[in-house]
Design a protein around this ligand. Structure first.
Ligand code: NZQ
Ligand code: ZN
Length: 385
């Protein structure tokens, strides 16, 4: 196992009525001016907005609303939010939504404390922020696991780059599976596939020798697969939604990554596809994963064979490579079974997208079992069409 440091900054309140039970105590720890950040309005139609604003009002807070955070949040939106935080003297940021709202707030929280531009600071000067406006997260759609880490994925539209920045960690996260009951099934599945992807991207990293993180990871992957199948039959199954919600946090809270260098090559490709198309994150991953894996599995056949056996229950074939390929085929079949797209065309991505530019701007990761070139990434993208 590689060396590691592990700490846990986020306190998690999980379950029914978690906001009513725990938000007042948490709010009491912070100042009076609270920025309530949310997305395009789902929280207004499903009652979450009313519930949270009533709690804020009872706690005597002055509420500054920051709405309209879009899926694939933009750098411009971050700057708008940071400006509002400074102008209103916000003491605490409450992000209510999914990965997009939480990510946007993590960077707002850092940018509001900085005199310099955070994009330039992190990506050019290679410095990470150390001071933050405190924030909390109330998760309304699961999948990204953003609530339990400090990473945020932001799209810089001008530069055509979608990438990870380091921002604040939420001091607390409220995960009430009932809040996810109104999420459209297509998004539920897309989010759950994102979770499966995070687990795979970690599992296929280095080293690929026996370690506890990977044993736990296999359990997370099997759980996601089982609970997606349950939800497709029984969309309102509370237990399945709660299992997926916790699996989402588990896949990105660092536990599966302990002692590993992660892969995340599929994510890097998908993020740049997103920068050029604004596509849905989980759907992009569903198309890319099997194609990418067929390109690289021979460089990591033992690990792909273990994935086939322990995640998909496949018995050994004549060779390790054949077992490995059977596992990738099982993943591809699962993607079809759960109604996710298998080509860019099915996602509505047309021929006009500059895939060469996507390939050339994709980061190459150190954890992938095969170090890809931009030409190979272009081949992969063309096969996804
Ligand atoms: O905007 P509203 O109206 O709220 O609608 C949202 C949005 O359209 C809707 N929604 C949320 N809660 C709902 C609901 N609809 C009905 N009922 C509810 N309770 O769901 C839609 C999707 O929301 P979004 O936050 O965009 O989805 P997700 O959580 O998948 O986040 C995607 C973003 O997270 C990034 C992605 O790249 C993408 O930008 N990621 C963040 C990661 C991280 N920080 O760790 C890791 C991931 O790999 C990922 O890259
Ligand atoms: Zn993801």
């Amino acid at each position: 196992m590689n060396n590691f440091t592990f700490s846990y900054p986020t306190k998690v309140y999980f379950g029914k009525n978690a906001a009513a039970d725990y938000l007042p105590t948490e709010l009491a720890k912070y100042g009076d001016t609270v920025m309530l950040a949310f997305g395009g309005g789902s929280i207004k139609s499903n009652g979450i907005y009313d519930e949270i604003t009533a709690i804020l009002k009872n706690a005597g807070k002055t509420v500054i609303e920051f709405s309209g955070i879009m899926s694939n949040p933009t750098y411009a939106k971050v700057q708008q939010g940071a400006g509002l935080v400074r102008e209103k003297g916000v003491d605490f940021i409450l992000a209510v939504g999914g990965g997009s709202v939480i990510d946007c707030c993590k960077i707002i929280s850092a940018q509001a404390k900085l005199d310099c531009d955070i994009w330039d600071m992190e990506l050019n000067q290679r410095k990470i922020p150390t001071e933050f406006i405190p924030m909390g997260a109330i998760v309304t759609v699961s999948g990204t696991g953003s609530e339990m880490n400090s990473g945020a994925v932001i799209t810089n539209e001008e530069k055509k780059i979608k990438c990870g920045l380091v921002g604040a960690s939420a001091s607390f996260a409220i995960l009430d599976p009932e809040y996810t009951m109104t999420v459209p099934m297509k998004q539920v599945i897309s989010g759950a596939f994102d979770t499966l992807s995070h687990a795979m991207e970690t599992y296929f990293g280095k080293p690929d020798s026996n370690n506890l993180s990977d044993d736990i990871n296999e359990a997370v992957m099997r759980s996601v697969i089982v609970n997606i199948r349950i939800l497709l039959k029984e969309p309102q199954d509370y237990n399945a939604r709660s299992e997926l919600m916790w699996a989402s946090a588990m896949a990105e809270n660092g536990i599966l990554k302990i002692g590993k260098i992660t892969d995340f090559q599929a994510h890097q490709i998908e993020h740049q596809l997103g920068a050029y198309t604004d596509c849905n994150h989980g759907q992009g991953l569903a198309v890319i994963h099997p194609v990418l894996y067929r390109h690289i599995y021979k460089s990591g056949a033992a690990r792909f064979a273990r994935f086939a056996r322990n995640v998909w229950g496949i018995s050994d074939k004549n060779t390790e490579e054949e077992t490995a390929l059977a596992g990738i085929n099982a993943l591809a079949d699962f993607i079809k079974e759960i109604g996710m797209p298998t080509t860019f065309a099915e996602m509505g991505i047309g021929e006009n997208v500059d895939l060469k530019a996507v390939a050339q701007s994709t980061n190459i990761t150190a954890g992938c079992c095969k170090k890809l070139t931009a030409e190979e990434i272009l081949e992969i993208l063309n096969e996804c069409k």
